[in-house]
Design a protein around this ligand. Structure first.
Ligand code: NAD
Length: 453
């Protein structure tokens, strides 16, 4: 067994991680440590992905502070046993639910929001009273180093520890028994994680990706739609799990919308995106060339240039794609937006329906009937009406996928629920009603039929 897992298992048995005070103290401590190292974290994010100070703060740090504040406020309420009703035929009894920690948990995180996606689940794990091993991505090397430093220098390894390594080392780690595994990453690796977890029947959360559509109807406010689509698509240069992956636009407004999208791209990042210091880069050569290959020989409506030395790709709009083109079958995860036209609601729904259930869906319309039809028909993780991305930055909405885009959810109270087992207790009084016991007879049978009908 891995020595840290042995230590964490022993430590968990001491019960120390379970008290409310311990959990709140460690959430406060986590926030202080992040505050103290804020500049270094921002610097690392800039080195890994060329994230601007502003973008790094809102998407990786500020969002974490908000989540910790929310937890410090509400955890005292959530941690209490929750009373629930009891059926009358169990008279006289009480029923309640205790949220108990799972024990030794494992968090595996990706490279695109390398700080936030390791720390956000950690908040839930600490609040749940667990011990935690974090395995960050080997691609975002600078942020991984900072994570390792700030966590391992400030928390004992028997409680929270960052273990670094590549896929092979993670596969070795996954041979061990964990009590819960929280994975964020690609669909293919997600399948592998679930397979490994099944050997120990370890429960999992899988936060995966996919092709999130953005659908714009002709009645939408096109200017606002363009602005918000460009914001959502170009955040982190499109390397966002919930970025609009492809655009479905009603044919009569395509021209106007595209013109406005180009205007906003220029307004946000100037004419020379490749030189803009606030425009993020692609994580590494492998992903850079994957994207370049996807765009090769396609009808480029706008953009298409790239800078290999700095791993930057211009915001790129593509049209005239067939349904079986890789750009329409694989998650893009970059600043490339395919544009597909549709004639009517039925056609738009059909295009989305033929693909695996996406992580997000964005709908731009003023028509309530269209909204009801789209949400009533299509299955997806979550989304927005008249905006993109922001549904994940609220503690009041659980965030997660469905089908190929994931299993389970987190953020806000959902993280606490994810990292705790709901233990159901029925406390029976001493009044004993005989008719439940054998020997059974017709009188008892007729009585039970009257009660349970
Ligand atoms: P990835 O699946 O390649 O890697 C994720 C993590 O798994 C990393 O820590 C990596 O080291 C580890 N890993 C890789 N191969 C492994 C293996 N064979 N065995 C065990 N562990 C392994 O994903 P990525 O490229 O880092 O991230 C991009 C993907 O993540 C995209 O598909 C994106 O949509 C998804 N994502 C989802 C969310 C979400 O919240 N749903 C958030 C961010 C990214």
């Amino acid at each position: 067994m891995h020595p840290i897992i042995i230590k964490q298992r022993r430590y968990f048995q001491t019960q120390e991680t379970k008290s409310l005070k311990f959990r709140i103290d460690n959430l406060r401590k986590l926030k202080q440590i992040i505050k103290k190292n804020e500049t270094q974290i921002i610097f690392a994010l800039n080195k890994d992905l060329n994230k601007s100070k502003y973008e790094a703060y809102i998407t990786e740090i500020g969002i974490i502070y908000e989540e910790i504040n929310y937890y410090i406020k509400y955890l005292p309420k959530w941690i209490k046993a929750k009373k629930v009703k009891t059926p009358i035929f169990y008279f006289k009894s009480k029923s309640y639910i205790i949220s108990e920690p799972y024990g030794v948990t494992l968090i595996i995180s990706p490279w695109n929001y390398p700080f936030q996606l390791a720390i956000a689940p950690l908040i839930g794990a600490i609040a749940g009273g667990n011990t935690v091993i974090i395995k960050p991505s080997e691609y975002s090397t600078n942020t991984t180093k900072i994570l390792e430093k700030i966590i391992n220098n400030n928390f004992s390894e028997e409680y929270i520890n960052v273990i670094t390594g590549n896929a092979l080392e993670t596969e070795a780690l996954l041979k061990e028994r964990f009590d819960y595994i929280f994975f964020t990453g690609s669909v293919n690796v997600g399948k592998l994680i679930m397979e490994k977890a099944s050997h120990h029947l370890t429960p999992v959360t899988l936060e995966l990706g996919g092709k999130s559509p953005c659908i714009v109807f002709k009645d939408a406010n096109l200017d606002l739609a363009a602005k918000r689509i460009v914001f959502g698509k170009l955040l982190n240069a499109g390397q966002t799990c919930v970025a609009p992956d492809y655009l479905l636009v009603q044919n009569s407004v395509k021209k106007v919308l595209v013109t406005k999208i180009i205007e906003y791209i220029k307004y946000f990042y100037g004419d020379d995106y490749l030189k803009n210091l606030d425009y993020p880069k692609i994580i590494n050569k492998k992903h850079f060339f994957r994207l370049i290959n996807l765009v090769e020989n396609k009808t480029v409506l706008y953009g298409g240039l790239y800078d290999e030395a700095h791993l930057k790709i211009e915001p790129t709009l593509i049209e005239n794609l067939s349904e079986d083109d890789k750009l329409m079958t694989e998650e893009i995860f970059g600043p490339v937006l395919p544009i597909i036209e549709f004639a009517n609601l039925h056609e738009a729904i059909l295009t989305v329906k033929t693909k695996p259930k996406p992580l997000a869906l964005y709908l731009f319309t003023k028509d309530k009937k269209i909204e009801e039809k789209v949400f009533g028909t299509l299955s997806f993780g979550g989304g927005c009406v008249n905006d993109t991305i922001i549904h994940l930055a609220t503690p009041f909405l659980p965030f997660g996928g469905i089908g190929e885009s994931g299993i389970g959810s987190y953020h806000g109270k959902a993280s606490y629920t994810t990292f705790t087992h709901q233990k159901s207790i029925l406390k029976k009084g001493i009044i004993d009603i005989k008719f439940r016991y054998p020997p059974y007879n017709n009188k008892k049978f007729n009585l039970i039929k009257k009660i349970m009908k």
